[in-house]
Design a protein around this ligand. Structure first.
Ligand code: ADP
Length: 312
């Protein structure tokens, strides 16, 4: 297969693009911080990735979009859910991965990947900021540090303070109250990271712990989030070189793989991987919202909405 293939992941806080060549090698990536689902940010991410690849939009042989804003990506040939794209991209970056923990701006996912790199099962929290990038941002703001330095601060602290609330709405109040008691900032940072990791552990428990584990998403750039997740799981946690663009990379690979396919694309506005005829092992779970949550570290997480699980 010749040409170039574009993957676009329009997430809740960032737009990501990746270009692969006809062999599936990653040739360009971009991440644009832009605020919620911005068309401008998406176009900038596409333009940056194409410029880095040295090609024009007309040279792209196929485009797949994913992420919250996937329906907004112009010229897309197919859409896939983030679950499929993160699994595909992570399996390509870290061959042999069996569990992907992806933590983005507004959701967290635990995805079980089979020997072939295909989705076997998944659980997702997309209704509660607890355990997501948003929660780390609340913590950074309360501690008056940047999101980029938050992890380093937490790694210098002792994680033994009791953190009772894990609801982002109330967390800021609890953190401010700890600061008012004169507790050391690094200890607060470390203790909240430990509590968040406990929340992610509960998500992983929905699908079952297994190794090797790879953490992806913007939060995987926080070394303390990785360290405390590893500690909670009792497993080593790998982080790929570009953890934030695994979804876009997976989308680009799916664009390449779909390019020679004779099967008709999904109807407009539908995800190709939720076509249960194509991927018969559908898996769905019950929903959960704030209404039934007590806001504690042990609060419930819910399984994702219906998505087909592709088998080899
Ligand atoms: P989405 O796909 O939902 O837009 P991302 O996977 O891009 O989300 O992750 C965004 C989150 O990643 C932010 O909310 C922030 O908490 C975190 N993040 C981004 N950059 C960094 C960084 N350099 N260090 C630590 N955390 C980061």
């Amino acid at each position: 297969m010749t040409g170039h293939y574009l993957g676009v992941d329009l997430g809740s806080t960032t737009a990501k693009a990746a270009v692969v060549d006809g062999r599936g090698d990653l040739v360009a990536t971009s991440v644009v911080q832009m605020g919620a689902v911005s068309r401008q940010g998406m176009q900038k991410a596409i333009d940056l990735a194409l410029a880095e690849a040295g090609i024009a939009e007309g040279d792209v042989s196929g485009t797949v979009s994913t992420g919250y804003g996937r329906k907004l990506v112009p010229g897309t040939h197919r859409m896939f859910t983030e679950i499929t794209c993160h699994a595909r991209g992570t399996a390509a970056m870290c061959p042999g991965v069996r569990l992907v923990v992806d933590i983005g701006g507004q959701d967290s996912k635990a995805i079980v990947v089979d020997e072939s790199g295909l989705v076997d099962d998944f659980a997702m929290n997309d209704r509660c900021a607890s355990g997501t990038g948003r929660f780390y941002e609340v913590l950074a703001r309360a501690l008056e540090c940047d999101i980029e330095t938050l992890g380093g601060l937490a790694l210098r602290g002792s994680p033994d303070l009791e953190v009772s609330g894990m609801c982002a709405t109330f967390a800021e109040t609890e953190i401010v109250s700890m600061l008012a008691q004169g507790l050391p900032t690094p200890d607060i940072a470390a203790s909240v990271h430990r509590a968040i990791a406990g929340r992610t552990l509960a998500l992983v428990a929905q699908v079952g712990r297994r190794a090797p584990v790879v953490m992806t998403g913007g939060v995987a750039q926080n070394p303390a989030a990785v360290r405390f997740l590893a500690r909670a799981l009792g497993l080593e946690v790998q982080v790929p070189a570009h953890p934030q663009i695994t979804g876009a990379y997976g989308a680009a690979l799916l664009a390449l793989e779909s390019s020679g396919r004779t099967t008709p694309p999904a109807p407009p506005g539908h995800d190709a991987d939720t076509d249960v005829q194509l991927f018969p092992h559908a898996h769905s779970g019950a929903g959960h919202s704030c209404a039934g949550c007590d806001g504690t570290a042990g609060g419930a997480v819910h399984l994702g909405a219906s998505i087909a699980v592709r088998r080899g």
